[in-house]
Design a protein around this ligand. Sequence first.
Ligand code: XLS
Ligand code: NI
Ligand code: NI
Length: 442
Amino acid sequence: MGIVTGEKEFFKGIGQIKYEGPQSDNPLAFRWYDADKVIAGKPMKDHLRFACAYWHSFCGNGADPFGEPTHIFPWSLKDDAIERAKDKMDAAFEFITKMNLPFYCFHDVDIVDYTNDINENDRRLQTMVGYAKQKQEDSGVKLLWGTSNLFSNRRYMNGAATNPNFHVLAHAGTQVKAALDATIALGGENYVFWGGREGYMTLLNTDMKREQEHLAKFLHTAKDYARKQGFNGNFFIEPKPCEPTKHQYDYDAATVLGFLQKYGLIDDFKLNLEVNHATLAGHTFQHDLQVAADAGLLGSIDANRGDYQNGWDTDQFPNDITEVTEYMLIILQAGGFGGGGINFDAKIRRNSTDPADLFYAHIGGMDIFARALVIADNILQKSDYKKIRADRYASFDSGAGKDFEAGKLSLEDLRKYAVENGEPETISGKQEYLENLINRYI
Ligand code: XLS
Ligand code: NI
Ligand code: NI
């Protein structure tokens, strides 16, 4: 895969980012991400399946509730929407190919600005799909997932699929149809639903049961349309507990699993989990990963991190090797992602204003996951980590414990066993030992 630029080079002075190894002191090189290096039976790039998020990297302008944009992108200056969108896509593919990222992800409105005229929006998106197709062919970069933004436009202030006004729901369906068509035309491997404003601010004005039924119906309708168009990929739901609404319906992995089960969506939908969303839900990301993995529905992840002191979705790039190693332990043991990969749903800080900052951020994120992959594989292959966990449950491997698992014991049987065997022995959970083990392999 070579560098693909448009007429103009946007990130001048920065070339192909290459693997130089842990000893390198070049800040624009990988120390750990060696795309073709084989770990646990396959190349790093196939384990990790990194994707660039169009919205944070090429649209997010650094504005916050207190201040104006700080990222004045040279690709956002032209007056004509299509010309502007083409510049942005040129910049995006230049960055993605310089970074050697195999995938990208977008919302409809990241690709081209939308108006309130549906036909004009369709025309714009289709034009840009043609442009993207060529870029994908030239570069070999693929679309990990597409989605539609059903939260920014003011019409969605009371929700999209869960809006009390059917007219708004119809607009949401219109947008999803176009975004699905675009995803399919670009060979997208998955389609994501993050329930932006699907939730409520107060129950005083909300029929929660009816809104959730509408959400399920909406997802069925979208899924049926995509399947009819020949889409074989996965649909992902991305849980988040709050923000923008006070209470989002897709609270966390466990909540979404129950919802999928209840409404008959479990065969078509998997989970796209985001670090900062899990922590906002009061979980570790490891917890949500394990919940999804245990259900066989770990589809993809949005990699980022929150801030230990701030309680919102700060979407910072991942940088904690201990935590990321624990993620990779779970992901590896789950057999990898179900069709997805690692999307950097993360943004550089408002005051990170050098063009190189976007590169440093992605290099750091890719390196930390690559390094964690190597460490986690070592822990699984070389240490007693798996054995310690298995041994904790050894009492269920034979005898009465095994009978219990097989459903053969009654409550009376349990009493008989307890009486006959007296007080159980004290067995350590060995938490510090295991924490040290992770450190040792880092
Ligand atoms: C917002 C979400 C969003 C989704 C895509 O918090 O993470 O970026 O990933 O709509
Ligand atoms: Ni996300
Ligand atoms: Ni998020």
